[in-house]
Design a protein around this ligand. Structure first.
Ligand code: MLT
Length: 312
């Protein structure tokens, strides 16, 4: 890479492998999406795109690691509504989610889905809520840690139903899903992309998705509006960021590579089969992600702060 005045330039960027830091465990929805994109991005970037899982503290450990890397485009922070919005309301972060990061591109999104272990004797969302309320002790809800998307979704579900949940933190909803299938925990309010195949296989029960319309990839799962919980809507969107100070032409090159991956028919098909929706074509610029993140911070922080989440 050419350094003019010590500043990295895109002329021959990248000249060695690029790393996407995924702040959750392998096998979860973040990891799966990042690896599918990385596989295609290496074609346009001409260098290997590695995925490194750096977990813990609802994803904030991994985000911190990525944004402390040199601002040269070689380390990318994969994140989402949980890590790049909610974490700022849950933790006293030693970084600023807006001032310390450059947005690169908005990635696909998906609704959440309320899922339970098969042993729960409920055939509808209403029956599940009744079962949860009748339990003498709070149900065990798997999350990817305080401030993660599944945790925020659990808080929201608790707020709108009045049920009490005991949150069980994992390093990602991949490991949480293993325990749900095994019946070790009771439920997850999970990303649809993480649950859809287990629901299809009959390994867990799916009750409703937090969207206003049914998912084409899961037409038999009702929406929360249809299932008696009107207005319980939540879309978990993902995105890519790089450390503040990364040169604009390098950000542009990474943006172009990621947009190419999103437009690749094979990648699109794989992601849409998981229930993921592509970002709008007019929201693919770095600036669009920056504005979106700021709007989501304004939307979600009041509810999360009111929940007074205790992080040990
Ligand atoms: C979350 O709950 O924040 C994510 O679904 C976790 C993950 O991607 O593993």
């Amino acid at each position: 890479m050419l350094l003019s005045g010590g500043v990295a330039r895109a002329d021959n960027f990248p000249s060695h492998p690029v790393t996407i830091v995924v702040p959750f465990a392998a096998g979860g929805p973040s990891d799966v999406m990042a690896r599918k994109l990385a596989e295609r991005m290496k074609t346009t970037l001409g260098e290997t795109v590695l995925v490194e899982n750096v977990t813990g503290a609802g994803g904030s450990i991994g985000v911190g690691r990525a944004l402390r890397s040199p601002p040269d485009g070689y380390t990318i922070s994969f994140g989402h509504l949980g890590t790049h919005v909610a974490n700022g309301a849950v933790y006293k972060l030693d970084y600023d989610l807006v001032a310390d990061l450059e947005p690169v591109v908005l990635l696909p999104s998906n609704p959440m889905i309320v899922v339970s272990k098969n042993a729960v004797p409920a055939k509808s969302l209403g029956e599940l809520i009744a079962w949860l309320k009748a339990k003498p002790t709070p149900a065990a809800a798997g999350t990817a840690g305080a401030g993660s998307g599944s945790h925020i979704a659990g808080l929201y579900f608790q707020n709108v139903t009045g049920v009490k949940l005991q949150y069980v933190p994992y390093r990602g909803t991949g490991p949480a899903m293993n325990d749900l299938v095994a019946g070790q925990i009771d439920l997850i309010v999970d990303q649809l992309s993480n649950s859809i195949n287990q629901v299809r296989a009959g390994n867990i029960r799916g009750y409703a998705i937090t969207d206003t319309k049914r998912a084409e990839s899961a037409p038999d799962i009702p929406t929360t509006d249809e299932a008696g919980l009107p207005g319980f809507h939540m879309t978990l969107w993902s995105g890519l960021w790089v450390p503040k100070g990364t040169p604009k032409d390098i950000v542009a090159k990474l943006n172009a590579s990621a947009v190419d991956a999103l437009n690749d028919p094979a990648v699109r098909k794989q992601l849409q089969n998981l229930g993921l929706q592509m970002p709008p074509k007019d929201k693919l610029s770095p600036e669009a992600l920056g504005s979106w993140q700021k709007a989501e911070i304004a939307k979600w922080w009041p509810m999360i702060k009111a929940a007074d989440v205790k992080v040990n």
